[in-house]
Design a protein around this ligand. Structure first.
Ligand SMILES: [Zn+2]
Length: 691
């Protein structure tokens, strides 16, 4: 909703509050909750119906001028209509649905509140046509679902509408005629989406993502990873030709924005990207269809919605002229540079992950030490863990992600792991992973496709690190432990880069559209690059996939493991490789492969492993590392330490009962509820779904 619409909602609310009208229901008809409260009085001795001029601001364009009271809902006067929740809904619905199905819904509602009046033989109303209602419900039901709103009771096609045979009025006929005259193919095109390049509040973000998912429900859905400290949803949206499930051999990508709450551009770009993927898919964009049909894309636009709110408040505050007089310039800028960066517990989420990099450095000289899938040490669970970190860790562990980007701001550069320096006293030291070549290529993919990132002449943000075409090793830039990218790499198969989108962490709104243009191709190319390298299935002799088998590449000391059904992905640049598959209790199989440059699709390399007798005396990993004997990969929060600390935000799993620490009111009511609950009439619970 833009500000003018928002103001209009407020004006309407104020008007209604000031009207001297009680909660009394219109007498002729009862809405559902009045019925349940026994507030309905059937009064057959109503006053005679009269035809009267329509005098309703939101229903003044119906193509006829006379309506009837009592109307179809039993309202006896214009004042009664204006003070009801039905009319309030029609006056704000355009804003709530972000313009979708507008003005159609309003016109349909007006045809019930203010139906045409026929004077012969006596004043009677002409009911609106059921066919129009049904068509609109079919086309617009998803828009209501998108904001968690029920289809309004007074638009019940069966109760308040009439068939053609009975004689009815088509409330949308005039609109359709106008559209045909204007020949505007765009406005008739139900699939096109107008992306609003503005900032979105958390509520607006949830609304846009949910509406996008319901509009594209065959390729998209939203789901929650958990909740922030203040109980806000960590809402992800996914795109896939089979949303909701992993498909054999289909790689999974994730994009994460707003981990630092005050770095807001990435968050907006991801909201736009979700809308773009949906509408372009529907429009038949070949490239988008190929991507979505062959890839599962997950988008978490905001990992830190609490921090975002703080950052917004800070930006608004610093625009306050009174405050500007008091603050000295430097102090204010310093402040707005950091306010909202952390979560509501003041934890920097990008320092809050388990520091597996140190464990790697300590043990790397030991021959048997596995440098992949390093377990989370038990000690981690006794520190302070943010619910946002916890939720994201669970997410990273539960989906076989191959590739990821975390979107930040404050610089214009791509950095890639390791972020933590391999030398304890060197906080600017090149610290490559075994996948240095693949990481470099991935970083280049984004930087080169970005409008200005790879350009060394572009004016940068004041830092003086050495840049190489807009990409840099994280630890060489500046070293820090506990980052998300290092965790992705050392704990899972996933390769994650950090995208610093620009110098300004909170750019002015006019910059949002140009920034989208600068990053759109980069985001697309990056997602597509998940199809580099090789993929395949590791099977046993009976043809069953082997879960957890290792795929090793000679010369790269980092194995990837197979997913549930034995499928794997190994990002590799072009070249010749020896690839080996192994699993406990099976023989090893090696293959020599050659990946030519500019391979469009990943090479398919399957393995068939034969069962062998497990040798009783194997070098015992646990004996080599007694200190880590308790730390196994499967253990996650082994002492339930996270819950015991009373951390809020952990969503309950199915069957585990309630959600501690959450206000049930806040959980149940959608964001638009306050518009209606404060308006002076009995709250229209018929707008709530699943009640
Ligand atoms: Zn950041």
């Amino acid at each position: 909703m833009d500000t003018t619409e928002y103001n209009r909602v407020l004006v309407v609310l104020i008007l209604i509050n000031s009207l001297p009208i009680g909660n009394s229901a219109p007498q002729g008809f009862c809405n559902p909750e009045q019925e349940s409260l026994g507030e309905c009085h059937s009064s057959p001795a109503e006053e005679k119906p009269v035809c009267i001029d329509i005098n309703l601001a939101y229903c003044n364009d119906l193509g006829y001028s006379r309506t009837i009271f009592p109307n179809i809902l039993g309202h006896r006067s214009r004042q009664e209509v204006e003070s009801g929740p039905e009319y309030l809904l029609l006056s704000v619905i355009r804003g709530l649905l972000h313009g979708e199905c507008s003005p159609d819904i309003r016109l349909l509602g007006c045809s019930v509140l203010a139906p045409p009046c026929k004077n012969q033989p006596s004043p009677t109303s002409v009911k609106p046509c059921r066919s129009a209602c049904e068509a609109l419900k079919k086309g617009c039901g998803h828009a209501f679902e998108g904001i968690d709103m029920a289809w309004p009771y007074f638009l019940d096609c069966d109760r308040f509408f009439a068939s053609d045979e009975e004689g009815c009025h088509d409330p949308l006929a005039q609109l359709r005629a106008k559209q045909e005259v204007s020949l505007s193919s765009l406005s008739l095109d139900k699939t096109s989406t107008i992306i609003q390049f503005t900032y979105h509040t958390n509520a607006q973000m949830y609304s846009v993502l949910k509406r996008t998912a319901s509009k594209c429900s065959h390729i998209s859905r939203t789901y929650s990873l958990g909740r922030s400290v203040e109980g806000k949803d960590l809402l992800a949206i996914e795109f896939s030709d089979n949303p909701g499930g992993h498909e054999l051999l289909e790689p999974e990508v994730k994009l994460v924005g707003n981990m630092h709450g005050n770095e807001v551009l990435g968050r907006q770009l991801l909201i736009y990207l979700a809308q773009y993927l949906c509408s372009e898919y529907l429009l038949g964009n070949q490239r988008i269809q190929t991507l979505v049909n062959t890839t599962r894309v997950h988008i978490l636009a905001s990992m830190n919605p609490d921090g975002y709110d703080l950052a917004v408040a800070e930006v608004e505050d610093s625009n306050d002229p009174e405050r500007q007089e008091h603050d000295n310039q430097e102090g204010r800028e310093l402040n707005s540079w950091t306010v909202g960066r952390t979560n509501a517990q003041n934890l920097d989420l990008n320092r809050n992950f388990p520091d597996l990099t140190s464990i790697l450095y300590r043990n790397r000289r030991i021959n048997q030490f596995r440098t992949d899938h390093i377990p989370i040490p038990d000690s981690y669970w006794f520190g302070k863990i943010a619910p946002e970190t916890y939720a994201v860790m669970k997410w990273i562990r539960s989906v076989p992600f191959v590739l990821s980007a975390s979107l930040h701001g404050g610089e214009l550069v791509i950095s890639y792991p390791f972020d933590f320096s391999r030398h304890i006293h060197e906080d600017r030291m090149f610290s490559p992973t075994p996948d240095e070549q693949a990481f470099k290529q991935l970083a280049r993919t984004y930087a080169d496709a970005h409008a200005s990132m790879a350009d060394n002449n572009t004016e940068r943000c004041g830092a003086s690190f050495i840049r190489n075409g807009g990409i840099i090793n994280g630890a060489q830039w500046y070293s820090f432990p506990g980052g998300m990218s290092d965790f992705n790499y050392l704990h899972t198969n996933c390769l994650e880069i950090t995208v610093e989108l620009g110098c300004d962490k909170f750019p002015p709104e006019v910059e949002l559209y140009p920034e989208w243009l600068r990053n759109k191709e980069a985001l697309m190319s990056f997602m597509e690059s998940v199809h580099r390298g090789i993929k395949g299935v590791v099977k046993d002799e009976e043809g069953y996939g082997i879960k957890g088998a290792s795929i090793s590449v000679r010369g790269i000391r980092k194995d990837v493991t197979t997913a549930e059904d034995g499928d794997y992905w190994r990002l590799l640049n072009s070249g010749t490789y020896i690839v080996t598959a192994s699993a406990k209790g099976y023989s090893r199989v090696s293959k020599r492969i050659r990946l030519p440059a500019h391979l469009e699709k990943p090479g398919r390399v399957d393995f068939l492993l034969k069962k062998v007798q497990v040798r009783p005396v194997e070098p015992d990993y646990q004996l080599l590392f007694p200190s880590s004997s308790l730390d196994t990969y499967e253990r996650f929060d082994p002492y339930n330490q996270f819950r015991r600390n009373g951390e809020p935000g952990e969503p309950s799993e199915p069957g585990t009962g309630g959600e501690p620490g959450l206000d049930p009111e806040r959980q149940e009511k959608p964001w638009w509820w306050s518009y209606f609950s404060q308006a002076g009439f009995s709250a229209p619970t018929w707008l709530l779904r699943n009640v």
